[in-house]
Structures are given as C-alpha cells and as structure tokens.
Write a protein of this length. Structure first.
Length: 432
C-alpha cells in the first residue's frame, strides 16, 4: 500500500488544488491513456508553443514529445482545439510547416503534474472514510480502487474492474460521495460491458446523481448524450478534425452509422455539407442526435432515418457516404454503393479494423475473420472510391497505408466495392 501510505505521510500538499485537468480519459494517477497533440517539425516548435500558449491551447499537464520520425508533438487541450487553429498554425504562424493532429498514447506528465496524484488522493480519503466506519483498510481494498476513469464534465465514469469486493456493498451509497469528492466530481457512474445487441448500448450504472446527461465540446461542436444509454469515443478526435477540413460545400452526404452525430456534425458544421441523411437505429442515440443538431444550428440540413440502414429508402443521392463503424462496416457497403450518385459517382469513407500482426494471413472482406475485434486495431480511414477518379489517384491513396496488411485489405475492399457498384450502375462504373 505504498502509494496510499506516501499520500498519508505527505498529507497531500496539493489537496486543495483542482485536479480535473484537460484530458477526458484518465488513468490511476490522473494520467490520461491518450492526449491530443499537434505534430510539426522541430524548427517550428517554438512558434507553435507561443501560439498555443497565447490562445490557451497548450496542455501544461504533459510534456512535449519528440517522435521517432524526428517531428515534435505538442500536447493540446482537446476541447479547445478548433480546425481554424490548425489552419492558422499551418498558414500564418509557420508557413510550410507540417501541422497534423494526433494522439499520444501514455503521455508523460509534466513536472508540475507529477507533484500530486488523484489516485493517491482517492486512496487517502477513501481509506480514512472507511476506517472511520470501523472497517479495516486492507491491501485488497486498495487494489480494488479504480485504475482509470473518464471525465465527462462533472460526471466521472469509472472502469468496470473496480469496487468489486463485497466489503464495499455495506458502505454504499455514502461511499460514492467520498469517491466523487476525492476526484473532483459531482456525479459518478460505473461502466460495465457493452451490450452485445446491435445497438451497442453501454452497460453503465449511475452511482451518484439523478441523470447521466453530459456535454462535450470538440472542435467547437457541442455533443450532448446520456452516458448510461450512448457511447462516446474519445479516440476519434483526429478523424473528426480531418472530416471537418474536407471540402463538402454543396454536397449531399449519407452517414450510415450516425450515433449521436460523431461525424454528421463535423460534416455539417465545418465541412459545410449541403445536406446529410443520418441513419441510426439506437433510439437513445437518435434522441441525442436530434438534440445535438438543434444545439449546433444545423437541424434544417439533416434528415434522421431511424431504423435499420439496410432498409433505407434512398438511392442515387449521395456525393459521399460515411461508414464509421468498427470493427467492420461491411454490412453497409451494398447500401452505400446504392445511395451514391450513379452519374457523377462519389466517395466512400470506410472505417475498418485491420490486423497488423505478422504471421497471420489477412482474410478478404466477407470472411468471418474480418468481423472480429482485432487485438491491436488500425483504422483505415477514407478509402476513397470515386467513380470519376484516375488509377493514379488510387495508387496515391493506397500508398498512404504503408503497412502491407492495410494495402491488402484496401485492395480486397476495392474489388468488393467495384462488384457492388457494377450491380447498381453497370454502364458508368469506374474505380478510383
């Protein structure tokens, strides 16, 4: 129980300091499992730092990191970073610089951040509270404290592998008030396993508070949802930023897996799509999506299609189709090809988990193995299949995926998509 003992000895000098930080996914020491960062060349680092500090975008809780390719990643506050900031860095602050948003896994805390630990504070306050009720504090109880959590504003979502010892049951519900206070939260929830049903409903129990509705702001877009009913992916912020920068003015888009609006909203708010058909069959996600469209002032440019997207009554309407479902969106490929404009063609943004372990043969799309949750997923984003593009552009697109497994998957997917396109528009079908 070294960590808790050290905390008791220090009496937590930083105890009164707010420790919410800027990151949403936190580990046991308050250390996020991943943070958003902006990558550029070393010679532009100081200019980037000055700009980020001036606009209060620099994440001071984590260190700047030099990457293997020689570039430098500067951690930023994800909720404050906008696509316009990236444009300013790239075009005005340091013209000619590489400016790419990315995620840093296991970021290194700054010296300032290392001076205190939320996990130590939690252990200290919970152990004192438990002992004050006549219960002996033990190594078993300390090991059963949460090791990671997600912060959703004033709501803290604990991991499923904590508070499992039977001793805790006799200390509820007051226990949750102590935990929330120690971690700087007002509400508390605990995740379970995602439901295996088709809507992927999260098994989340509300421990403290009267509702699970929370709000996030990404790239200036507001997302509201109920954590007990809907999932929110922190990991796709870089893709949402990329989507926001796409030139979609005047285009019609079909989002086959809209959820609460993860990609529907960036396409509408920043990429300026003329209209989006958003498909979703989780009723709770539909409620959140409708609310988020209103919150962001784009409800008049979106139609929600509630139900199974395989029964979608649309065809020949889309300039782009977003297939943002992992581990595989293959079930949506026939619908995606059907809704693409048959005369001008369009772009399919396909998300897929592709296995990258050596010694394992990659199965072509359509096999059962492609449906698995790969142990170390890599997303292939925006495999652009455009009926009017050239073969040179296709080779350029594939060259971005440097791993052989990614290229093999992309080529296999291309063959499958070509077959589907030919079924719906045999006279005009040409592959990018």
């Amino acid at each position: 129980m070294r960590g808790c003992a050290e905390a008791k000895q220090r009496e937590f000098r930083g105890r009164s300091r707010r420790d919410c930080g800027a990151s949403n996914m936190e580990g046991a020491g308050g250390k996020p499992t991943a943070v958003v960062a902006v990558v550029t060349e070393p010679r532009f680092t100081q200019r980037y730092r000055e700009y980020l500090e001036k606009h209060k975008l620099l994440d001071r809780q984590h260190r700047v990191k030099k990457l293997r390719d020689g570039t430098v990643a500067l951690p930023v506050l994800r909720e404050a970073l906008l696509e316009q900031h990236l444009r300013e860095l790239r075009n005005r602050v340091a013209p000619g610089s590489t400016c790419v948003p990315t995620q840093l896994l296991d970021p290194v805390p700054s010296k300032k951040a290392q001076s205190y630990s939320p996990a130590q504070r939690l252990c200290l306050e919970v152990s004192r509270w438990v002992e004050g009720r006549g219960v002996t504090w033990s190594a078993e109880l300390e090991a059963d404290l949460p090791r990671s959590w997600q912060r959703h504003g004033d709501l803290l979502l604990l991991s499923e592998d904590c508070f499992q010892a039977k001793q805790w049951r006799h200390l509820e519900p007051e226990l949750w008030e102590t935990v929330a206070s120690a971690l700087g939260a007002q509400r508390l929830a605990k995740r379970g396993r995602v439901s295996p049903d088709s809507t992927r409903t999260p098994a989340v129990s509300l421990l403290l508070g009267d509702h699970g509705w929370v709000e996030h702001v990404d790239n200036g877009i507001r997302y509201k949802f109920d954590v007990t009913q809907c999932m929110f992916s922190f990991g796709n912020i870089t893709e949402k930023l990329r989507v926001a920068s796409l030139p979609c003015a005047g285009e019609v888009l079909v989002d086959l897996y809209a959820g609460i609006g993860y990609f529907t909203l960036p396409f509408l708010v920043h990429a300026e799509a003329a209209f989006v058909h958003a498909c979703e069959w989780n009723p709770h996600a539909v409620v959140a999506l409708r609310n988020n469209l209103e919150l962001n002032g784009v409800a008049d440019r979106c139609q929600i299609h509630f139900g199974d997207n395989r029964k979608l009554k649309l065809s020949n309407v889309a300039d782009r189709v977003n297939l943002g479902l992992i581990p595989s969106s293959e079930e949506g490929w026939p619908v995606a090809c059907r809704v693409l404009k048959q005369d001008a063609g369009g772009i399919l943004h396909i998300h897929q988990n592709v296995e990258s372990f050596p010694g394992k043969t990659l199965q072509p799309p359509g096999s059962s193995e492609m449906e698995e949750h790969w142990p170390s997923p890599h997303q292939i984003i925006s495999n652009q299949l455009n009926n009017g593009a050239t073969s040179d552009s296709r080779r350029k697109t594939l060259s971005v995926a440097t791993k052989p497994e990614w290229q093999r998957w992309a080529k296999a997917a291309e063959t499958r998509i070509a077959t589907l396109l030919h079924q719906f528009s045999p006279s005009t079908c040409r592959m990018a």
